[in-house]
Every structure is written in structure tokens, then in C-alpha cells.
Design a protein around this ligand. Structure first.
Ligand code: NAD
Length: 290
């Protein structure tokens, strides 16, 4: 059985790694947080003292880190310890240019890199129902497929290296716009005397229906399991949504694409994070309308 090293056990990485363990994969884990490693060790993972130690005997490396600079510094750090023939799968959301550059540098050492960012949120990570958007070769994806299927229910080959990140950034720009739009509509309804649960139900059966409204409702109490109903804790941090909207803005500039709604969503989340809400789930943009 191939040995897996999993680096980055946060809101997403921890439940993803737990699913791999449940499916019987041989996992060594590393995170800067010792308590995150303890949780996985209790499920049967081996804990490593450093990222370099985690990958020392690995055939496949999985990473789930916040942003491009974390991913870049991780792979620069572990590269000397990776044996030729290792497959690296980065599930973090980062820019396509960094992914492509890293893929080239790793390839010079005989290490293949797939970009495989995910959609589905922490609930999808826990349930093993994530969507993976993969960039890289079909050959490398075939090797990764059993792992990805253990953590998700849909695996798409978006294209060459970086294509998974390009797809993810389009998706998350739309998600940021949809979440802000949903919060705005709910706030308007409540100001007009409507019950947010009744309004949510009406819109979910009408043409305004969308994922933010139906699966991740931003109004506290409307949906028992959404981050809004636990004071916007856990989930997908506003600072990470701001990062993704920044990636969308940069990619639009580079491609000369016109993304005015993406720019508006960026401005809303920029203010929201500047107001001290960076660590709250991104559906807390609802509070911007208070
Ligand atoms: P998080 O901040 O909860 O977790 C990141 C983890 O990485 C933390 O546990 C941190 O300690 C660890 N870490 C950072 N630097 C490290 C290093 N050098 N070595 C080892 N560990 C290190 O973030 P998250 O919500 O799990 O998101 C991870 C990625 O997934 C981000 O790129 C995010 O945009 C993306 N994403 C998140 C969600 C979501 O709903 N949370 C959904 C889809 C995609």
C-alpha cells in the first residue's frame, strides 16, 4: 500500500485526513498545531515531528494549507526529502501561476504535482462528498483517483497544471457574490417585516434559489447546522474568502476579463475583514447589513 503524508490539518484537512484513515489508508500527518495532530493520531494516524519527517517515506504527499506562500514554502522545505516518483497533490486554493511554477520545479526532481482544490465546505469534507477540480496529467490523476474518491464524490479533470485552480477561483468568485447577494436579500426582507426562515423557504422554491441560501444559510437560526447558527465559527473563514476574491481579481486582470460583481464582492469582504471579522465564517457577511 502506498504511504501517504498529509500536511495541513485545519478546518478542511482534518476531516479529509480522517476519511482517508476510515478507508484504511496508511497516513502520516503533520500540522503546526499539536492538538490537530492529536485528533488524527486518535484515529490511527502516525504523527510526525516536522513536515520533512512526515514525507521521508511517503509515496504520495497531500497538502491542505491556507494560501500560496504556505504551499510554496512547504514544498521548498520538503523537496530535498521527496524521493523520485513521489506524487504531490495540493488541495489548497492558490493561484494557478504558483502551482504551475511549483509543478515545474518538482518535476525537475522527478516529483509530479497535481493541483486539486476542493468545493463542498467543511460539511462536505466531513461527509466525504467534496468536489475535486484537478489540474495535471491524466496519468497522475489516475494514481490520485482512489485517494480523491475516498474524500469526495466528484473528481473533475479541469486540464493541465493550474487548470484546477483556475476553475476553483471562478467557482469561489461566484460563491462570494452569491453569499453577499443572499445576505443582502435576507436583510431587505427582514427590514420589511418578513421572517428570515419563511423568506428563505420562499426563495429556495423560487428563482433566487442558490447554494448559499439552501445549504449554508447566513441568517442565524434558519439552518441548524450552518456556521451562522454557531456564531459563525468553524467553516470557511472570511479572510480565506477575501484571499480567493483577490485571486479572482488578479486572474481577471491577467486575462483582461471584466468582473465587476467580483470586484464588488471583494470590496465587501475587504471591509468585513478590516472590521475584525477575518476569523469568522464567510457567511458572517450577513452582519455587514445590520
Ligand atoms: P485552516 O486555516 O482551518 O487550516 C490550515 C491548516 O494549515 C492549519 O491547521 C494550520 O496550522 C496549518 N498550517 C499552516 N502552515 C503550515 C505549515 N507550514 N506546515 C503545516 N501545517 C501548516 O484553513 P482551511 O479552512 O482548512 O482551508 C485550507 C485551504 O482550503 C485554503 O486554501 C482554503 O481556501 C481552502 N478551502 C477551504 C474551505 C472551507 O470551507 N474551509 C472550502 C474549500 C477550500
Amino acid at each position: 500500500m502506498e504511504k501517504i503524508a498529509f500536511i495541513g490539518l485545519g478546518n478542511m484537512g482534518s476531516p479529509m485526513a480522517a476519511n482517508l484513515l476510515r478507508k484504511g489508508f496508511d497516513l502520516t500527518v503533520f500540522d503546526l498545531s499539536a492538538s490537530a495532530m492529536d485528533t488524527l493520531a486518535a484515529l490511527g494516524a502516525k504523527s510526525a515531528a516536522s513536515a520533512q519527517d512526515a514525507v521521508a517515506t511517503a509515496d504520495i504527499v497531500l497538502s491542505m494549507l491556507p494560501a500560496a506562500h504556505h504551499v510554496e514554502s512547504l514544498y521548498r522545505n520538503i523537496l530535498p526529502r521527496l524521493k523520485a516518483g513521489t506524487l504531490a497533490i495540493d488541495c489548497s486554493t492558490i493561484d494557478a501561476a504558483t502551482t504551475r511554477r511549483l509543478a515545474q520545479d518538482l518535476s525537475a526532481h522527478g516529483v509530479a504535482l497535481l493541483d486539486a482544490p476542493v468545493s463542498g465546505g467543511t460539511a462536505g469534507a466531513a461527509a466525504g462528498t467534496l468536489t475535486f477540480m484537478v489540474g495535471g496529467t491524466a496519468h497522475d490523476l489516475a494514481r490520485a483517483q482512489p485517494l480523491l474518491e475516498a474524500m469526495g464524490q466528484a473528481v473533475f479533470h479541469a486540464g493541465e497544471s493550474g487548470a484546477g485552480q483556475s476553475a476553483k477561483i471562478c467557482n469561489n468568485m461566484l460563491l462570494g457574490i452569491l453569499m453577499a447577494g443572499t445576505a443582502e436579500a435576507l436583510a431587505l426582507g427582514v427590514k420589511n417585516g418578513l421572517d428570515p426562515a419563511v423568506l428563505s423557504h420562499i426563495m429556495s422554491k423560487s428563482s433566487g434559489r442558490n447554494w448559499a441560501l439552501e445549504v449554508y444559510n447566513p441568517w442565524p437560526g434558519v439552518m441548524a447546522n450552518s456556521p451562522a447558527s454557531r456564531a459563525y465559527s468553524g467553516g470557511f473563514m472570511s479572510s480565506l474568502m477575501l484571499k480567493d476574491l483577490g485571486l479572482a481579481r488578479d486572474s481577471a486582470q491577467a486575462a483582461h476579463a471584466n468582473t465587476p460583481l467580483g470586484a464588488l464582492a471583494y470590496a465587501l469582504f475587504e471591509k468585513h475583514v478590516a472590521d475584525g471579522n477575518g476569523a469568522k465564517d464567510f457567511s458572517s457577511i450577513q452582519q455587514h447589513y445590520d
